[in-house]
Structure formats: C-alpha cells, structure tokens
Design a protein around this ligand. Structure first.
Ligand code: F6R
Length: 613
C-alpha cells in the first residue's frame, strides 16, 4: 500500500524513480510524485497514474543523481495534486515520502500551526516534514539524523519513510515502523524501496530494515541504527526473484499471466516437499514444531481477504486429514477482541505479501501472549516471514496483479501438505492413504494445465453473456464453500459487480429471495460426497429460474442437465478439488472485468499489500 522508491548514484535519478514507480504501481495508484536534489530540492507530483508523472517530468527536463519517489493509495486527504507525495517542509528544503498512518497527526498539526507553520495538504505525512524542520531549527548543534530521531519519537503510528534534505544533498534517510522498506546495494549506487520490485533489475543484494530502525544512505555506503541511536550491523540478503517474474511476458495483464502460471507455481510449491517415491512430505520450515502443532491446546488460523479463504479451507483440511480442530479468524477481529491464546496454543497466519497490517498485528498479539506463531507466506524477507517462529513459503513467485490468484492455490497446497504431514505424524493417516494423497497431489499441476487449456475459450465466450449482470451468487459445499467465497471476491474486486458467496444449503435461509431469471448463480458442484445435496440445491435455483453456471466434474450428467452453462474439470479427491474449481472462477471474473473495461491489475480503491489497519 503506497510504494516508495529512492536512488542515489550516477544514473539519472528521475529515470530510475519513474521506472521503479511503474513497478510499484500495484501498491497504490491514486497519485505519484518524486523529489530530486540538483543544487536545490525540486519536485513534481500529481493525481493519477505514474504515466502522468512521467510526462510531467519529461516536459520539465528534471534531472539529478539523488531522489525519492512515491505512488499513493490515499488514506488521509482525497487523491489530488496537493495531497500527493512528496510533502515538503515550509522552506522547501526537506522532502518526505511516507507509507503508513501517523495516528497523532492531528494533534501535532494543531501544535505546529499554533507555532506558526503553514500546511499545504490534508495529509498526515506533511506533519513529518514540518515537525522535522522545526526540530532541526530549534535544537542547536544536532545533525539531520538526530533531528529525524527526535521527530520519530513524537510520532505515533506506522511509517516507512524516505527523506531528503537540500542541506545534506548526498544522503537519503529512511526509517521504518510497521511499513516495509529495504535497501538495495549496487556498484557505486544505492536504491531504496518498499519492496524488491524496483530494485531487482539493478542488484540482488538487499538489506531489510526492521521496525524501529533507520538508515542513512550515501552513494557508496550506508549505516543503519535504531531510532534510539544504537548502531547496527545488518545482514545482506540475496534476492531470489528475477526480472522476468515481475514482467507481463506478453500477457495483457499480470492477473492473466498469474492465472496461467498456476501449473508451474503449484509444482514449485510442492517441489522437494512431496516424494512420490517414499510417499512422504518434508516441510523443513515446520519440522521442528510439528509436535507443538499436534499437541497444541488450540490452533487458530488468522488471515485477511483471499488468504482468509485459504485459512477457511485450512480448517476443513486439518479436520479431515489430520483430525486436528482448527478455528479461523479474520486477523483484524482476532487482535481486538482480547483473544484467548497463550502458551501451548498455535496461531498460523497466512499472507501472500507478508506485510498485511492486520495479519501482522494478530501475529504480534499472539507472540506477546506466548503462543507459537507459524506462517504461510509468499514473499521471502517480508515482515511475517521474518517474525513468525517457523513457517512454510509458498514459492508462488511475485504476484503483481492486485487480485490474488496463484498465491491462493499455493497457500492451499501448503495447507494440504501441512495437514497431510500432521495427519501422518499423528498416526491418523496410514502409509497407504498417504500414497493415495501424494500420488493425486502430484497430478494437480497437469490437471490445472488441462483446465486452462480446455476451458479458457468457453469461459471467455460465456463471460460475454454476463458482462452486464448487476449481481452474482456463488454456491459451494464443503471444501468448495471457501471457493464460492473466493469466486465472489474475485468478481467483485475487479469487475465491481456485486457478488456473494454462500454455502449452498444456506441459500434457502435468505439469499434465495434474490433469485430470479436475471440472476447468474455459479454452483461449484465438484465435491463428490456432497453431490446429491448439491443437486437438490441446484434444483432449488432452477425452480426459481436462476441462470445456472456450474463448475462440475467431467461426466456429472445430473449437474450438466440442470445447468445453462457448465465448465467440466477433471476429477480429483474432494479435499483437493478447490485447486481445480477455483481456476474457472478466476478466468470468469477476469474476462468479465476486461469486457467491462475495468483496470484488472489495478482495481479502483484497492492496492496490493494492505499495510494500514
Ligand atoms: C484479494 C486480495 C486481498 C488479499 C488480502 C490479504 O484478491 O488480494 O483480499 O488477499 O489483502 O493479503 P495478504 O495475503 O498479502 O496478507
């Protein structure tokens, strides 16, 4: 949420910043801006996409060797030119870009106004620039780093901050509390960014800043310390992602690319972890804690959005495959209700980005209460991946499209592997059962490939018929109830069509009132053990003239006969079926959104990686 980039070196900073902001645009796209020091501090910023900013910069001929940039997802103050970042101090010498929320900004702003400062914007961020300058001028003999430390001590809230100062023209200053920032180390040049995507084409050497830390960056060196002024030696990490992974590779949208990547991302997630020879599962990241998981008094899974849908599926999977009772929580609710979690309990958090503020808050709350905290995460080096006690990476590769697709299937694969490993270790799954599960799991990438090849054209055509439907209902049972929720979420977030997901049987307790000849009802009828019940539910929809689109197993003639449209998918074990049924739903929402002219990769009001609570 909001993207930050910075550069210091021999290249033309505006070029690096614009390129970086384009890569970061998936984090927020309400407005964009950069500030450069070239003699004086100069800046350009404005409402709208980075492309607008790019044009502004080209027209102005702005150049320089050091600068910071920002792409915004608005929190305080509407998305307009004035509220765009960077924000400047009154003298115009200090520029600040910020990700996060300054919670006490109102109080600080009132005090600063009383002391004579004039504000330009409605943002919380401008307070940082103004307060910093006031402190710098008022406190004799302190340097700029010390002034930043004093400023941050007055700030309540979260921040990833990048700051430049015309009076120290060879430095970029950064600080972090709650919003990710990393530093890229090049040859005679340095980069900063809120995630690795703008850095990856220049260097693979990075330093992750932790909460409560700040850094001063020069062209050839950097120093990291705490806000309390304790110097630190930070580990230099190697980035594992490549440039190809963050480009569209000929696809019109990242979302479509990521949907089609799933045969590979699912295989990558399983690689080296399942053995079709020994029929065993090896999850190195949780090997040492699996007994704690088995013996836990209470196992809770917390997550947000699509990751919460995987979490819900995790409950079904752990109960069925490992006979382990699991509760699922919205991370945002878990934290604020004084949760009954403590020593001997396990909290499993699931997050693609590893930076979701609500999920981080749940994780920290459980840690504070001495529960064991495990994670399922996609982004290596992210806050969640670093702060959990143990965990499993999904290895899905960078997910750039705002709507989560391949991260979901990879999370489900990890949950399946965790549940199988737990079930085996507990003795509730026999070796014979493991053989059956593992052999089938290893066939999933090929089945996903088959679905993509054989259903894409039909779904694209069908999408044309439903492009202007105002509502959609998604129904599923058992393992496919979370898929119904996920299908509905995918549709509403990228096409802005109102959609609801329900357990199919729950429909008759209310939503059935919505069904008429105009209502598309997507039924996910690919779970064998609930097939008969599902058929009854489909009959109920049909009796009310609902337009039935079914996702069904090959040759389920009963479902086929009841459906106006059907998408056939290969059979699998019931508990693996979400990995297949979700694929046509992703494609359906994608094609409907494209038909409606929506910006699929950057849907309105949304942003990847929600780093504010
Ligand atoms: C939906 C979507 C969001 C995220 C949610 C959690 O397509 O992308 O609902 O799933 O914001 O994000 P992570 O998984 O990064 O914690």
């Amino acid at each position: 949420m909001c993207g930050i980039v910075g550069y210091i070196g021999e290249r033309n900073a505006p070029d690096v910043l614009i390129k970086g902001l384009k890569r970061l645009e998936y984090r927020g796209y309400d407005s964009a801006g950069i500030a450069i020091i070239n003699g004086a501090l100069v800046f350009k910023k404005g409402k709208g996409k980075v492309q607008n900013l790019h044009k502004m910069i080209k027209d102005s001929g702005l150049s320089g060797k050091i600068g910071i940039g920002h792409t915004r997802w608005a929190t305080h103050g509407e998305p307009n030119d004035v509220n765009s970042h960077p924000h400047l101090s009154e003298t115009g010498k200090i520029a600040v870009v910020h990700n996060g929320i300054i919670e006490n900004y109102n109080t600080l702003k009132k005090q600063l106004i009383k002391r004579g400062r004039t504000f330009q914007s409605q943002t919380d961020t401008e307070v940082v620039a103004q307060l910093l300058e006031e402190i710098l001028h008022a406190s004799k003999g302190i340097d700029f780093e010390q002034a930043i430390q004093l400023t941050l001590k007055q700030i309540v809230g979260t921040y990833g901050l990048a700051i430049i100062n015309a009076d120290t023209p060879d430095c970029i200053y950064i600080a972090r509390k709650g919003s990710p920032l990393l530093l890229g180390i090049g040859e005679g040049e340095m980069f900063i960014a809120s995630d690795a995507s703008p850095i990856v084409e220049y260097t693979n050497k990075v330093v992750y800043l932790d909460d409560g830390e700040m850094a001063t960056i020069r062209q050839d060196s950097y120093s990291v310390k705490t806000i309390e002024d304790v110097s630190l030696t930070k580990e230099v990490h190697e980035l594992a992602i490549s440039l190809g992974e963050i480009e569209k590779a000929g696809y019109p949208h990242f979302m479509l690319k990521e949907i089609f990547e799933q045969p590979r991302s699912i295989a990558d997630c399983m690689r080296g972890r399942i053995s079709t020879q020994t029929h065993s599962i090896q999850l190195g990241g949780i090997e040492d804690v699996i007994d704690d998981l088995i013996n836990a008094r209470r196992v809770v899974i917390a997550a947000c959005g699509t990751s919460w849908h995987s979490a819900l599926l995790g409950e079904y999977l752990f109960e069925y495959l490992a006979k382990t009772p699991v509760e699922v929580e919205y991370a945002s609710e878990f934290r604020y209700r004084d949760p009954l979690i403590g020593p001997g309990d396990v909290l499993l958090v699931i997050s693609q980005s590893g930076e979701t503020a609500d999920t981080i808050a749940a994780m920290r709350e459980a840690k504070k209460r001495e529960a064991l905290v495990l994670g399922i995460c996609n982004v290596v080096g992210s806050t969640i991946s670093r702060e959990t006690d143990a965990g499993v990476f999904t290895h899905a590769g960078p997910e750039i499209g705002v709507a989560s697709t391949k991260a979901f299937t990879a999370q489900v694969v990890v949950l399946i592997m965790m549940a199988l490993a737990t079930g085996k270790r507990k003795g509730v799954l026999s070796q014979q059962q493991m053989k059956g599960y593992i052999e089938e799991l290893s066939k999933i990438p090929a089945k996903v490939e088959y679905i993509l090849e054989h259903t894409d054209a039909a779904i694209r055509q069908m999408a044309g018929l439903f492009t202007y439907a105002p509502n959609f209902l998604y129904l599923g049972r058992s393992y496919n109830f979370p898929v119904a929720l996920e299908g509905a979420l995918k549709l509403k977030e990228i096409s802005y069509i109102h959609a609801e997901g329900y357990p199919a049987a729950e429909m008759k307790h209310g939503p059935i009132a919505l069904i008429d000849a105009m209502m598309p009802v997507v039924v996910i009828a690919a779970t064998d053990h609930t097939n008969d019940k599902m058929i009854s539910n489909i009959e109920e929809v049909k009796a009310r003239k609902g337009r039935i689109i079914s996702i069904m197993n090959d040759e389920n003639s009963d479902v086929k006969a009841l459906s106006e449209f059907h998408i056939s998918i290969p059979a699998t074990k019931d508990c693996f079926s979400p990995l297949l049924t979700v694929i046509p739903l992703q494609l359906l929402s994608y094609y409907i959104a494209v038909n409606r002219g929506c910006n699929v990769d950057q849907p309105r009001n949304l942003a990847k990686s929600v780093t504010v609570e």
